[in-house]
Design a protein around this ligand. Structure first.
Ligand code: MN
Length: 241
């Protein structure tokens, strides 16, 4: 199973979570929210080849952490994956859009110069802007928990985007409608734990299992066939990394 967007370092006991992922042979993209978190977060998964740590600077922190861009640039050669990055146009973060854009553009330029990366992308209330910024970057974007409208989704699909979807997105009607529109060969599963919750509890990486049940329903497949689709997609995606 694959959890392509999880914040392992933000669980109360990250090492215990890593150990369970290892036991369950789970593939995890462990995203970070600041460059300074990347080193320690990589370290807790250093004995787990199935866990990859992505270098990120979360758009909700962009206005406070732009001084860490230098560190981002210094670490990019060691990081095969980038995320969580992007823009957030929701009410609380829209006032910082200028700082967010500065950070996002800097990161895309760095990634371009480094030869491109597979990247986990945040695009809440900013899908159109994110799509147009990404057009400048030679990279593979994986839109995580896409919440834009249908025309924005069509643009993201047309631009070659991939999508990671999880139990939270898949339990809303809007989320289900968006997921039904996705090309099956561009879909991955995620939890966005511990931020994302399901029925009041923080999702654990292995709760990605819930997403397979929901995807199978939408695709009219057996759960095992849905798992196979995602595993095939995952193998194809990591071959680009
Ligand atoms: Mn996240």
């Amino acid at each position: 199973m694959v959890d392509f967007h999880c914040h392992l370092d933000l669980y109360p006991k990250p090492v215990a979570v890593v150990n369970q992922c290892k036991e369950k042979q789970l593939y995890v993209l462990s995203v970070t929210t600041t460059p300074s978190a990347w080193i320690g977060t990589s370290r807790i998964a250093k004995d787990c080849p199935r866990i990859r740590t992505a270098l990120g600077l979360h758009p909700q922190l962009a206005h406070q952490r732009s001084h860490e861009l230098e560190m981002f640039d210094a670490l990019i050669s060691e990081a095969k994956y980038v995320g969580e990055i992007g823009l957030d146009g929701s009410k609380d973060f829209k006032p910082f859009m200028e700082a967010q854009l500065k950070v996002f553009r800097h990161i895309l330029k760095t990634v371009n110069q480094a030869g491109g990366r597979v990247m986990s992308i945040h695009s809440r209330s900013s899908a159109s802007a994110v799509i147009s910024e990404l057009a400048t970057c030679d990279c593979i974007p994986v839109y995580h928990w896409f919440t834009g409208n249908k025309s924005e989704l069509q643009q993201a699909i047309a631009s070659g985007g991939w999508f990671s979807v999880g139990p939270s997105m898949l339990s809303t009607k809007k989320g289900q409608e968006l997921v039904a529109m996705l090309p099956r060969d561009k879909v991955l599963t995620e939890t966005d734990g511990p931020f994302a919750q399901f029925k009041g509890n923080s999702l654990m990486p292995w709760d990605v299992d819930l997403a397979f049940i929901q995807l199978a329903k939408i695709w009219n497949l057996d759960k095992n066939d849905a798992i196979e689709v995602i595993q095939g997609n995952f193998r194809r995606l990591v071959s680009f990394a």
